[in-house]
Design a protein around this ligand. Structure first.
Ligand code: SAH
Length: 349
């Protein structure tokens, strides 16, 4: 027998068509759609304004694949990490990062990752599969609920900086954003969502073409091809020239600046040439630089540069009127910081 289809893979229009094809009104599709997304129904039984017969018909045709929070860890600094069990038993992680005034959700887009950055723990897992739109949406919804529970306010921001490369799962990530921002979903503003990418030029252009209103962050780490290819090997295929072209395209279409994420490592990109190249790269389009603290993942060759070196970076960038922020890591004690998501929690259950 063919496996039943996940009903949340259907768009609203498809759901409306399904009801019409089954002799019901299109409007029934809207009702069910609202149950699935806004009210996050886990069972057809929960859909109380839908008749018993219709519920049974849905049950016979579809499943609702929801995620389950398998394990939740809380850091000393208030960061919460969820290990999420998917319907097929695979695990991904998502993180709630609180500050005094807001809560940010850091969500995953793939199980493992398509790319192989040598400083990132997720890369070790390789890509097992892409997450579907519902699985991404559910991570956000779970963090929204945790935010209300623990911090008494709604989720305010979302960053696609968990496991995976969002632009290598483009369609599903965009569909999830559509639901997150729709009034029938979570009704969040796209301005509060950031998609972070290692750099997939044609997808950056596609985002610009489609008029998406989300923010774009690029994990740059080096503005010199030779160095970048060493630490982010896919840079051989998507090199800095192709990324540069895509960024110009992005800016001309959207008029929105881009944030560059950058870690400074000892002996890798801590030299004058690297700083000079970064300053040049920052001239391409209006931008901001976030210097991220390195979170060691093993005894490999990567070591965070000294505070003096980082200050040197900051003063050089500022001298050229480039906005630079230093991002302290959160949730390091529970392996929830950037680049540390690697499903270690599943070994400790
Ligand atoms: N694939 C996407 C999003 C996931 S990674 C991307 O590359 O942007 C989120 C951020 O964490 C990226 O900027 C990534 O380069 C950075 N990162 C990865 N490993 C890290 C580590 N060990 N320490 C600090 N930052 C890391």
């Amino acid at each position: 027998m063919e496996a039943k289809k996940d009903i949340r893979a259907l768009s609203k229009e498809e759901l409306r068509e399904f009801f019409v094809a089954n002799g019901d009104k299109a409007f029934r599709g809207n009702q069910v759609y609202e149950w699935l997304w806004h009210k996050t129904a886990h069972n057809f039984e929960d859909m109380t304004n839908v008749s018993k017969g219709t519920r049974a018909m849905l049950e016979a045709n579809f499943v609702i694949n929801h995620i389950e929070v398998d394990q939740m860890q809380r850091s000393k600094d208030g960061t919460v990490k969820n290990a999420i069990r998917l319907h097929d038993g695979l695990i991904v992680e998502s993180v709630l990062i609180p500050t005094d005034t807001r809560t940010t959700a850091c969500v995953s887009s793939q199980v493992g990752c398509s790319f192989n950055c040598s400083f990132c723990a997720t890369a070790r897992l390789k890509r097992m599969r892409d997450l579907n739109p519902g699985e991404i949406y559910d991570q956000v919804s779970a963090i929204n609920q945790e935010s209300l529970l623990y911090y008494n306010h709604k989720l305010s921001n979302i960053v696609f900086m968990g496991m995976g490369e969002p632009l290598m799962n483009y369609d599903n990530v965009m569909k999830s954003i559509e639901m997150i921002t729709s009034p029938e979903g979570l009704g969040m503003s796209p301005k509060r969502i950031t998609v972070s990418t290692s750099g997939v030029p044609h997808r950056i252009k596609q985002m610009a073409d489609e008029g998406t209103k989300v923010n774009l962050a690029l994990s740059l780490h080096s503005a010199i091809d030779e160095i970048r290819t060493k630490i982010m090997p896919f840079n051989k295929k998507y090199d800095l020239a192709s990324i540069k072209e895509a960024l110009i395209y992005w800016y001309h279409k959207t008029e929105r600046h881009v944030t560059y994420e950058y870690v400074v490592w000892e002996g890798i990109n801590d030299d004058k040439e690297s700083i000079k190249a970064l300053i040049e790269f920052c001239k391409i389009i209006p931008c901001k630089v976030n210097l991220i603290e390195y979170n060691p993942i093993d005894d490999g060759p990567f070591q965070q540069a000294s505070p003096a070196t980082i200050n040197n970076y900051i003063s050089n960038l500022e001298m050229h009127d480039i906005t630079v922020n230093v991002r302290r890591s959160r949730g390091k004690d529970i392996d929830a910081a950037c680049g540390q998501l690697a499903n270690k929690s599943k070994d400790t259950v």
